[in-house]
Design a protein around this ligand. Structure first.
Ligand code: HQG
Length: 180
């Protein structure tokens, strides 16, 4: 992805997941916002966006972070929200026996005490495979992938959801379900 597209992707992550209020847009409960309103609001804040740039980011994003509505008028982030304005009705799914959580080695001590918590986000994020988890962990420092006994958790009553881009979501992971 070019530098310009990475910058637009970060901007979209910021306003569509965390701070829509920063540019004065509103997101509905499913996270959608009007693309022309987004472009206009960004312009007022001095940030140039246009439909082609937005479309390019949506198409190229290897993590499929965003989706454009079928009518082409709206955009949303598929997961990763911290804003309370959004409460996406994710599809509940039976998880596989194990999923993986990528983090940094410096967090492991605390995680093994408290379990995994969502922090500022709405959910703890889990990856299908160890390699993806390590890439997620890398964002925070020296990466480590924790193996989570997800089917066992499910059988104990935890609800699992999968975002449209494949990321698994769960409210928390108590330490008894973490293999390290
Ligand atoms: C850690 C990216 C100490 C947790 C990815 C993580 C993902 C604890 C950090 C998505 C803890 C939170 C989310 C505890 C959890 N003590 N640390 N008890 N419990 N943590 O960024 O999962 O590129 O909010 O391990 O692909 O890293 O943005 O969550 O390291 O799907 O599209 O607290 O963001 O996608 O960090 O990443 P984050 P995450 P994007």
């Amino acid at each position: 992805m070019s530098k310009q597209l990475i910058e637009v992707s970060k901007f979209l992550s910021c306003v569509l997941r965390h701070h829509p209020d920063a540019i004065g847009i509103t997101l509905d409960l499913e996270g959608w916002t009007d693309i022309s309103a987004l472009i206009a609001a960004a312009a007022i804040g001095g940030k140039h966006l246009d439909r082609d740039l937005i479309q390019a980011v949506v198409t190229i994003s290897e993590k499929k972070r965003f989706a454009i509505s079928e009518d082409g008028l709206r955009i949303r982030a598929l997961q990763g929200h911290s804003t309370e304005d959004v409460d996406i009705e994710y599809v509940e799914q039976v998880p596989p026996e194990f999923l993986h959580h990528g983090t940094a080695t410096r967090f492991v001590e605390s995680i093994l005490k408290e379990g995994l918590i969502a922090g500022s986000r709405q959910y703890v994020h889990l990856s299908q495979d160890e390699q993806t988890a390590l890439a997620v962990g890398q964002r925070h420092g020296k990466p480590v992938a924790l193996k989570i006994k997800t089917l066992f958790m499910y059988k104990r009553g935890y609800n699992f959801f999968q975002a449209a881009n494949g990321v698994w979501l769960v409210a928390k992971v108590p330490m008894e379900f973490i293999e390290y």
